[in-house]
Write a protein that binds this ligand. Structure first.
Ligand code: HEM
Ligand code: HEM
Length: 435
């Protein structure tokens, strides 16, 4: 082997072992989603540093610098579009990666800590997206961040403090931009790097990805170079090509310069928070912004530590029964969420009396959901004879499907005054939610 080739192989072998089980490098096991997330983060770091060369983090200069980037810097707008497309795709890819971990039983013993680190990575990805959102300082950015930080105010005891802390004052202004800028280009990328290294190390410590059981057969191993590396390169380069092409046709939005005196109608949070914004329309704010996200977060954190909560490793859905259960859970989750949205809308249109109280829009729906969850668990485990792991998987799928349905409603079906309107019946301004 030539010395240069040998040193590249040595570098790769710092990341991977020399050989891996054949069953773990099947594309259909992981769909390369973790690798895709890594590729997108690499692309974001690269384009982020390039954007820094033109960007000015002051309310007076930010908007103008993004305009200058588009008009005067060669390929400047393309670089911005790549950053924008990569960032939004990363949210989707990271959530799909999380679901693949659930659906292939990869959060059980030996992988629990890595699941927890994954959750923090997801939090950082959302935080990076959210802080980046403000930086162009246009109307979209200003008001999306206004509405999202206002949600923080509903958190009991420390809500006001948190809102003021992130805004750097009572309102969004120069201090907010300075805070978000430093979080976006230094603090969050630094934390991401540290956690990513830890995440990869734990994958290695667990002897690679979760593999399907091979029965009595000895585990078949293949060399990392070229078998795994060729697959990684195909996924990584394919994804980069896709993002570069996408960035040619999908322009990062830039509305008018931020105007604190004039809010757009509707004012929407960034798309990945619109599921929560949709909840706010149906629940008491304390429950929509605090109780429900807290319950969901704690459940996600604790789920691997419940005994027998992971499906049999390396087999999608665990079994044919698991596949059917997952499909039923996804349809139920999305269907229930849509039914609640429509029913609540019908009640409001029928002029139902104001019932926006802590009891009727907080405690009652929360108790109803908990009772339904307990009933569904009993039905799935006791009546249908499924395993606890299958019930846990179905619960997680149901929750994510419900959140996805609420997000779709928020992004595409909410028009002026947040009324339910079909996308084709909305004005051009109201339709641009997914940006
Ligand atoms: C920035 C986001 C993330 C990146 C860059 C990332 C990267 C990776 C990579 C490269 C792998 C190995 C290859 C693969 O499984 O596709 C992996 C595995 C894993 N990830 Fe992530 N990940 C991220 C987010 C998450 C999240 C949100 C979770 C779950 C909460 C998670 C949990 C895991 C677990 C448990 C494994 C081990 C899977 C197994 O052994 O089969 N990761 N991750
Ligand atoms: C996970 C990593 C990252 C994510 C998810 C992310 C996300 C974003 C998003 C959504 C925007 C708004 C883009 C737009 O619509 O115009 C943005 C802007 C920006 N980002 Fe990042 N970013 C990441 C990493 C970085 C890094 C590492 C840097 C620099 C070191 C950086 C520098 C910038 C700059 C200067 C802007 C403002 C320019 C503009 O808005 O176009 N980003 N980022």
């Amino acid at each position: 082997m030539r010395p240069s080739r040998q040193s590249i192989t040595d570098l790769i072998l710092h990341l991977h072992p020399r050989t891996v089980p054949l069953s773990t490098i099947r594309f259909s096991l992981s769909f390369g989603l973790g690798g895709m997330a890594v590729t997108l983060i690499g692309l974001l770091f690269l384009t982020g540093v390039l954007l820094l060369l033109a960007y000015e983090p002051t309310p007076g200069g930010a908007y103008a610098s993004v305009q200058t980037l588009g008009r005067e810097v060669p390929l400047g707008y393309w670089v911005r579009n790549i950053h924008h497309a990569g960032a939004n795709l990363l949210v989707v890819v990271a959530v799909l990666h999380l679901l693949r971990v659930v659906l292939t039983g990869a959060f059980g013993p030996g992988r629990r800590l890595n699941w927890v680190i994954g959750l923090f990575l997801l939090f950082l990805v959302l935080a990076a997206n959210f802080t980046g959102y403000l930086l162009p300082w246009d109307q979209l950015a200003y008001w999306a961040v206004t509405i999202s930080t206002a949600m923080l105010g509903y958190i009991p005891l420390c809500g006001d403090w948190l809102r003021t802390f992130f805004r750097g004052g009572a309102e969004i202004g120069p201090a907010t931009l300075a805070n978000f800028h430093v979080l976006h280009v230094a603090v969050i990328p630094g934390c991401l790097l540290v956690l990513l290294v830890w995440h990869f190390w734990l994958v290695r410590k667990a002897h690679g990805l979760i593999g399907a059981p091979e029965g009595d057969q000895p585990v078949r191993r293949v060399p990392v170079v070229p078998d795994l590396v060729a697959r990684e390169a195909a996924v990584g380069l394919g994804l980069i090509a896709l993002v570069l092409l996408l960035a040619l046709v999908w322009n990062a939005p830039l509305l008018a310069q931020a105007n604190p005196g004039m809010s757009p109608n509707p004012t929407k949070a960034p798309w990945y928070f619109q599921g929560f914004q949709e909840l706010l329309l149906h629940l008491h704010p304390l429950f929509a912004v605090f109780v429900w996200p807290l319950l969901a977060g704690v459940t996600l954190l604790l789920v691997p530590f419940l005994p027998d909560s992971a499906l049999p490793g390396g087999v999608w859905f665990g079994s044919e029964r698991g596949r059917e259960l997952a499909l039923a859970a996804a349809l139920t989750g999305a269907g229930l969420a849509l039914a609640v949205v429509l029913a609540d809308n019908a009640l409001a249109q029928a002029g139902a009396p104001l019932t926006d109280t802590l009891v009727t829009r907080g405690m009652v729906p929360t108790a109803a959901v908990l009772v339904l969850a307990a009933g569904a668990y009993w039905l799935v485990v006791r009546v249908l004879g499924c395993t606890r792991a299958e019930a846990v998987m179905a619960g997680l799928v149901l929750g994510f499907a419900a959140l996805a349905a609420l997000t779709v409603v928020g992004v595409w079906f909410r028009g002026a005054e947040m009324h339910l309107v079909a996308p084709w019946a909305q004005g051009a301004a109201a339709a641009g939610g997914l940006s």
